[in-house]
Design a protein around this ligand. Structure first.
Ligand code: ZN
Ligand code: ZN
Length: 256
C-alpha cells in the first residue's frame, strides 16, 4: 500500500493537516488524500452546521500548497462529500466549481435514517433495522449511478453500528457491485473501525469476491481523524491487502 485516500483535518473533524502529513510520512506512504467532510446540502441532521468546507476549501487549498512544499508525499486536495438523493444538480455545480483532485461520495443519511448515530435504532426491531439498511443501499446505488464521484466511501456503513450490523445481505453487495461495474466510481476498503466497534475493515474481505467477479477494484482509506489512527490503520490495511491478494487502485489514477 502506497497511498491512503481518506483522512480528515481540522477543516472538518480531524487533526492538524501537517500532523496528518507527518504521520503518513512516518508509515512510509507516498500519497495522502485529504478528504474533509463537505456538506453541500442542508439536512435535518445538522451536518451542514457542523462542517463548512464548502466555504473554506480555498483556504484549505492554500494550506495544502504550503504543506506540499515541505514533503515528498503527494498530497491530494480531495473531499468526502455527503451524497443526498435528489440534489445531484447542486452537487454537480459545486463540484465543477471546486475542482478537487478527486471526491469521495458518502451516504451518511437517507430518508428518515441517520447512519452515523445509533440512538435512532435503540428501541427498534429487525423489520425497521432491515428497512433502514435497505434504504441505505438504495441511496448507495443512486450515488454510484449519479457518476458524480470518483470514490464510493465506506460502502457498507451500517456495518459500523451494532444495531444495524449483519442486516446487510449478499444481495445488497451484489447490487452495489453491479452499479460500480457500470460506473467510473471506485469503492474504498475503509479502515475507520478496525480498532473499535466493528474490529475489521469494511467491506469484509470475505465479501470482496462479489466485487472481484465484476472487476471492481478498491482504493484504500484509513478514514483517520488523528495521526495515531493513521499510523495504526495503515499497517492493518497493508496486511489485509497482502492476505486477500488485492491490487489497490492508485489515487493518481483518479485525478484527471
Ligand atoms: Zn463518512
Ligand atoms: Zn471520513
Amino acid at each position: 500500500m502506497d497511498t491512503d485516500g481518506h483522512a480528515h483535518t481540522t477543516f472538518s473533524d480531524g487533526s492538524a493537516l501537517d500532523a496528518m502529513v507527518a504521520a503518513a510520512e512516518t508509515v512510509g506512504l507516498d500519497g495522502l488524500g485529504l478528504t474533509d467532510h463537505c456538506i453541500v446540502t442542508e439536512d435535518e441532521f445538522g451536518r451542514r452546521d457542523q462542517y463548512d468546507l464548502v466555504e473554506t476549501y480555498e483556504e484549505r487549498r492554500a494550506v495544502i500548497d504550503e504543506a506540499r512544499a515541505e514533503t515528498d508525499l503527494r498530497l491530494y486536495d480531495a473531499a468526502e462529500v455527503s451524497y443526498v438523493e435528489g440534489d445531484e444538480d447542486r452537487l454537480a455545480a459545486f463540484l465543477d466549481d471546486a475542482e478537487f483532485d478527486y471526491t469521495i461520495g458518502s451516504v451518511h443519511f437517507a430518508g428518515p435514517y441517520d447512519y452515523t448515530s445509533a440512538s435512532q435504532y435503540a428501541e427498534t426491531g429487525g423489520a425497521v433495522r432491515r428497512a433502514a439498511v435497505e434504504r441505505y443501499y438504495d441511496a448507495v446505488v443512486s450515488l454510484v449511478e449519479s457518476d458524480l464521484f470518483d470514490v464510493l466511501g465506506h460502502l457498507d456503513l451500517p456495518e459500523r453500528m451494532d444495531a444495524l450490523r449483519r442486516y446487510t445481505t449478499r444481495r445488497d453487495y451484489e447490487r452495489v457491485a453491479s452499479a460500480l461495474a457500470d460506473s467510473r466510481t471506485v469503492p474504498e476498503l475503509n479502515a475507520g473501525r478496525v480498532h473499535r466497534s466493528l474490529g475489521r475493515v469494511h467491506p469484509d474481505p470475505a465479501i470482496v469476491d462479489v466485487f472481484r467477479e465484476k472487476d471492481v477494484g478498491f482504493v484504500l482509506g484509513t478514514d483517520s481523524h488523528t495521526p495515531t489512527e493513521l499510523r495504526e490503520r495503515v499497517p492493518t490495511l497493508r496486511a489485509v491487502v497482502d492476505e486477500a491478494g488485492l491490487e489497490p487502485v492508485e489515487l493518481a489514477t483518479l485525478v484527471d
